[in-house]
Design a protein around this ligand. Structure first.
Ligand SMILES: *Cc1c(COP(=O)(O)O)cnc(C)c1O
Length: 432
């Protein structure tokens, strides 16, 4: 498969180049030249297949031309060492729980797959790769844990000082080994800008082999399509797959974008809904047709605090830059912090289900938008224990900390301070 750049000014790239480079030469995002289609027979059978079988079939469609079948199968099964169950919350509404991985957030799926695909392409060529990753909270921990101990790869996590929760922070500051945490005096967008600038710095790229693991990387976002197929299979077993709607708590829009790719590959989903918090640039685009990136605003659902969502470029591109096509398929909504608290409490009171602040945004918008007869699925992207204080205050219920999360909190944090200034970051990298 070849990959083109959304900016249209870079040469076509192989999967290997797209994965190793992350971003195209013209700063665009790589998109597959053709989205493969799975046969209808596959969707008729999917209800009888387990998670690994479903994911392997999807992986084969997207990556099968470029990765030998056995290696790909192993990558998929190693990545999905945990389940993504569909859990009913109330009549017509299910949650797809994506927080059963090592860091208790959905980004484990993409990060673990990418680590394995990158190692597949670079194994044995002897040159160290530096992964630069900007995080608003959960990307850093998922990438750091996904790559921990992978030989020949070093990970540098840039995160905004004081803007991620203590539990999120300890998941990338306590690992050591090939993982370094950089605490940036700025916002998530500043972190992302530093990373983008390093990729564009010709001198830097001549000296160091840099790669990205943000959701802009094709190997990060595309494997997230696997669990949409799996959710659909579970709906089919329940006899509710005819009119499925997925609501996705969105920040950088990698997760929603993966769902759209699943649909373009044939997954018969009726509609997607993008749930925003107060950072609602995408929702405003749906309403007005104007896309106006902004500074991000801190909210309770901090992994969605993105003012300039990178993957908008992919969504815009695959639907021919056509506002009407996009809004015919994707709905949206915006949720304030007060509404997040209210939704956490209300859902728990009525159903007994404990949401996290990101899932709360999606649950709320889904309930407001669902039509009679539809089966609504919202993605639960993090375990509520990752946002313990918010969830406990809103619901008045104690949240139990799962053992694998408690283990991180016992570790010793180690972080390097950085100003939000490229010269500072450059010096750090040259000092490696
Ligand atoms: C990253 C993240 C999101 C947003 O996902 P995108 O793919 O960036 O849109 C939502 N919820 C949680 C918990 C996250 O970590």
């Amino acid at each position: 498969m070849q990959y083109y750049s959304t900016n249209g000014k870079a040469p076509l790239a192989s999967l290997e180049k797209a994965v190793v480079k992350g971003l195209a030469e013209d700063r665009g995002l790589y998109v597959p030249l053709r989205i493969p289609r799975l046969p209808e027979a596959f969707f008729a059978e999917i209800g009888r297949m387990d998670f690994h079988a479903v994911a392997c079939a999807a992986a084969e469609a997207f990556f099968g031309e470029d990765v030998p079948a056995e290696a790909l199968r192993k990558m998929v099964c190693d990545t999905l060492s945990f389940d993504c169950p569909l859990v009913q919350v109330e009549e017509n509404i299910w949650t797809l729980e994506l927080f059963h991985g090592p860091t208790l957030a959905f980004k484990d799926v993409g990060a673990r797959f990418m680590a394995r695909l990158l190692a597949h392409f670079t194994h044995g060529d002897g040159k160290e790769i530096h992964i630069l990753v900007a995080t608003s909270g959960d990307t850093g921990s998922a990438v750091a844990n996904g790559f921990l101990g992978v030989e020949g790869i070093r990970v540098h996590v840039l995160y905004p000082k004081g803007k991620v929760s203590p539990i999120q922070e300890c998941q990338f500051t306590t690992l050591g080994g090939n993982i370094t945490a950089l605490e940036v005096d700025g916002t998530f967008d500043d972190c992302q800008a530093l990373v983008k600038e390093a990729f564009m710095d010709a001198d830097m790229n001549a000296r160091l082999r840099l790669s990205s693991a943000n959701s802009i990387n094709i190997a990060r976002f595309l494997p997230q399509s696997f669990y949409y197929f799996h959710a659909f299979a579970q709906l089919q077993r329940l006899g509710r797959a005819q009119d499925a709607v997925f609501c996705v708590p969105s920040g950088n829009f990698g997760n929603l974008c993966a769902g759209l790719f699943a649909r373009e590959a044939g997954l018969p989903v009726r509609r997607f809904i993008a749930a925003n918090n107060a950072n609602d640039v995408f929702y405003q685009y749906l309403r007005t047709g104007n896309y106006c990136p902004k500074e991000s605003i801190p909210t309770l659902a901090n992994a969605m605090d993105v003012g300039a969502p990178s993957n908008f470029a992919r969504i815009y591109d695959i639907y021919g830059k056509d506002w009407n096509r996009i809004r015919a398929l994707v709905g949206g909504g915006t949720v304030s912090d007060a509404q997040i608290r209210e939704t956490l409490a209300d859902c728990h009171r009525r159903t007994g289900y404990l949401l996290d602040p990101h899932g709360a945004c999606a649950y709320r918008i889904l309930r407001e938008s669902l039509q009679p007869g539809q089966a609504g699925v919202f993605l639960e992207t993090a375990h509520p224990a990752k946002f313990k204080d918010t969830v406990e205050q809103a619901t008045g219920t104690q949240v139990e900390i799962p053992a694998r999360l408690a283990a991180f909190m016992r570790g010793t944090p180690c972080k390097t301070p950085l100003r939000r200034d490229y010269a500072d970051f450059r010096n750090y990298l040259y000092g490696l």
